[in-house]
Design a protein around this ligand. Structure first.
Ligand SMILES: Cc1cc2nc3c(=O)[nH]c(=O)nc-3n(C[C@H](O)[C@H](O)[C@H](O)COP(=O)(O)OP(=O)(O)OC[C@H]3O[C@@H](n4cnc5c(N)ncnc54)[C@H](O)[C@@H]3O)c2cc1C
Length: 404
């Protein structure tokens, strides 16, 4: 009987352990934390956006899209659904294609996976950090709390540095590097952004539907429409998370990063000028702040007037056409310089990781170290918001477990 070690009890490691154990292999799973699947429990605000029915490599940031494509083709949503039924779990799909456990509780999948692993005889060692992994001719020596355990095959599924409070660390990358793998420098992804101007502080807590365009070295690279939350440090909310992965990668590469906020994406600029003009005609003696508050949340309106040096108590009838145009331009194209991310502690994922060119996507086996398999976020693949990261973890874990 082959002895298999799985390093990391997140979704990728649990999936690999269950799949390998179903083939009759003897599997030991090591996790540094006091329980397995801690990120599963925290995911989707405890609801766990577990997958997505619309899976495509376009939904991932990867230097090698064909790698992601292979993985998704090998284990698609239907395959995942079938697997969930095999562990006693029903799923439900929302109108936008996101998939959740029918129970609406992340704990359902964490418990079901753990129960299946234990039923199959997987030995789960918690509070067991693997601090060394060496390959000797045809076996691995793994050092955790017990010295020198020997395994024929190892799955490295130790995740990324994102969310250290839930087990995120660099340790998987270090283990891979020590065995000769190339690491693409990691960076936080799906995370809030820090802004240079401090205007956001005056708007903190205000949430709006906006369009956000990301500018890298002056060129627009992506626009998303979603909600935007002003915070103490800058911006957050789903729209921000959506552009944050590219922004963070660009910051790592020393590019100039800016975000342009369109506070009223449903209005054309000219249309907005005309609309505000009409509002001013209706309430000519009212202060301009009152008119603007008819269009935007009060605190945003106040900051916009301040930044254009327009007195809030100016009468609407005294606002000239040029000022109306300046107001509309600011509301539609408000540019901010991005100077950093809110860091790994607040990131849902990390980009970078083990170079996928060094891994066979049909088996997840390392091309550098035969017998070593890699799965999940330890690899240089990061998905968009919407269940894509968990799906990649399930899929890559399943392929690794099946091919050991
Ligand atoms: C707050 C939050 C919410 C999220 N929500 C969603 C969501 O709704 N949908 C979605 O698709 N994705 C979501 N994600 C992302 C998703 O959880 C991750 O992409 C996924 O967990 C990665 O799986 P993994 O198995 O590769 O790594 P992890 O889940 O990070 O698991 C790795 C495990 O390895 C262990 N480990 C690390 N080093 C060692 C070592 N040396 N020895 C032993 N054990 C080690 C860690 O303790 C950890 O348990 C969310 C993430 C966070 C933080």
């Amino acid at each position: 009987m082959k002895r298999v070690a799985v390093i990391g009890g997140g979704p990728a490691g649990l999936m690999a352990a269950v799949t390998a154990a179903r083939k009759g292999l003897k599997v030991d799973l090591f996790d540094a934390g006091k329980d397995v699947g801690r990120k599963i429990l925290a995911s989707g605000n405890g609801r766990c956006n577990i997958s997505n029915v619309n899976l495509s490599f376009f939904d991932y940031h990867s230097r090698q899209p064909s790698f992601v494509n292979h993985v998704l083709n090998e284990f698609d949503f239907k395959a995942f659904e079938k697997f969930c039924i095999s562990i006693g779990l029903l799923l439900k799909t929302s109108v936008d294609g996101r998939v959740y456990p029918q129970s609406n509780e992340a704990r359902s999948i964490q418990q079901a996976l753990k129960a299946e692993a234990l039923r199959l005889g997987v030995q789960i060692f918690t509070k067991s950090t693997v601090f060394e992994l060496k390959k000797n001719s045809d076996y691995f020596v793994l050092n955790a709390q017990k010295d020198g355990e020997i395994y024929e095959k190892v799955v490295l599924a130790a995740g990324s540095p994102a969310a250290p409070q839930l087990g995120g660390s660099n340790s998987g990358l270090q283990l891979a590097m020590a065995l000769g793998h190339d690491i693409i420098e990691p960076y936080p992804a799906l995370v809030g952004l820090h802004l240079e101007q401090k205007l956001h502080k005056k708007m903190r807590g205000v949430k709006i539907d906006a369009a956000l365009s990301l500018y890298l070295n002056g060129k627009c690279s992506e626009t998303v429409k979603s909600d935007l939350l002003f915070t103490d440090y800058g911006i957050s909310g789903f729209g921000t998370l959506d552009i944050s992965t590219l922004a963070s990668k660009a910051l790592k590469n020393n590019k100039r990063v800016e975000v342009e906020i369109d506070l009223l994406p449903l209005f054309e600029r000219q249309h907005l000028v005309a609309k505000m003009g009409r509002l001013c005609d209706q309430i000519p003696d009212a202060p301009v702040m009152q008119m603007l508050h008819g269009v935007l949340p009060r605190r945003i309106a106040a900051v916009i007037l301040h930044s254009l040096e327009i007195e809030g108590n100016t009468c609407c009838k005294d606002l000239n056409a040029k000022e109306l145009r300046r107001l509309a331009t600011k509301m539609k194209m408000w540019r901010f310089r991005v100077i950093g991310t809110h860091g790994y502690e607040h990131a849902e994922a990390a980009g970078g990781g083990v170079a996928t060119e060094e891994v066979n996507p049909k088996t997840m086996e390392s091309k550098i170290v035969p017998g070593l398999y890699l799965a999940g976020e330890v690899l240089d693949v990061v998905g968009k918001r919407g269940g894509y990261n968990l799906h990649f973890a399930w899929a890559s874990g399943w392929i690794a477990g099946k091919n050991i």
